[in-house]
Design a protein around this ligand. Structure first.
Ligand SMILES: Nc1ncnc2c1ncn2[C@@H]1O[C@H](COP(=O)(O)OP(=O)(O)O)[C@@H](O)[C@H]1O
Ligand SMILES: [Mg+2]
Length: 232
């Protein structure tokens, strides 16, 4: 088992205002899988992803990667875990505005001791001819491709994507999903992608459905289809 999520619980607020956002989450993801985490807005998807990403802590339960629990790691190992194992792609891209495409991707490479070749990666992502542009000179799709580049350049074991197509139109969304699929195929990174778009589950190897902080479904998708054939 590559990534194990065990009895994860998380609440926000204090006393009377306390709400339990994750109520005991259990699932695991195999190496190289695309796992789509599906659920309506407010169901706890981002909270779960942030805990997997080591950005937030759980109240109970644990995450283990290759059998090593992140709760048992000290600050230094946790930092190494984030650097080595995790790449993060957000809905709103979060690029550095005064750095160009290439430099934004270099930020990701800088944190790694096994970075991919940046020029090659920019070609894969269709960004090479845009490499000297600043984020505000790019379309939404190009900005998201740059964000994928920044996350993937360090060749992380796990690529976490939080609503990566949430701000994009239909055609551009499909193009981004196709790229995530290609990255998974080419570099073998495990992908955990959060979405509220039901159609996206069809490109997954594993589908985990979340509602009100609980898992409602967790299954292997036997009829996986290519991202370019998705329709919604
Ligand atoms: N830092 C926080 N403080 C208080 N409440 C939060 C915090 N983060 C998330 N929540 C609440 O937890 C619930 C789940 O949020 P979230 O994980 O962002 O859901 P999703 O990503 O599925 O839309 C929401 O009701 C949200 O308001
Ligand atoms: Mg969210």
């Amino acid at each position: 088992m590559f990534l194990e999520i065990k009895n994860l619980k998380k609440s926000f607020g204090t006393q009377a205002n306390r709400t339990e956002v994750l109520k005991g989450i259990d699932f695991s993801v195999e190496k190289g899988e695309i796992c789509v985490l599906l659920g309506p807005s407010g169901s706890g998807k981002s909270t779960l992803l942030n805990i997997i990403g080591g950005i937030d802590n759980a109240d109970e339960g644990y995450i283990a990667i290759n059998g090593e629990r992140t709760v048992d790691m000290n600050e230094k190992s946790l930092t190494r875990y984030r650097r080595r194992h995790l790449g993060y792609v957000f809905q709103m891209y979060n690029l550095i505005p005064n750095l160009n495409v290439k430099e934004n991707i270099e930020v990701g490479a800088y944190l790694s001791d096994r970075a991919l070749n940046i020029n090659e990666l920019m070609k894969t992502l269709g960004l090479y001819e845009h490499r000297n542009k600043l984020p505000n000179q790019l379309s939404g799709g190009q900005q998201q491709r740059t964000a994928i580049g920044r996350a993937i350049v360090k060749n992380p074991d796990i690529l976490l994507c939080d609503e990566p197509t949430g701000a994009l139109d239909y055609q551009t969304s499909k193009e981004i999903l196709r790229l995530i699929e290609e990255v998974n195929h080419r570099y073998g990174n495990t992908v955990i992608m959060v979405t509220h778009n039901d159609a996206i589950k069809n490109m997954a190897d594993r589908v985990v459905k979340l509602r009100d902080g609980q898992i409602r479904k967790n299954y292997v998708n036997e009829e996986k289809i290519a991202a370019c054939d998705l329709d919604w």
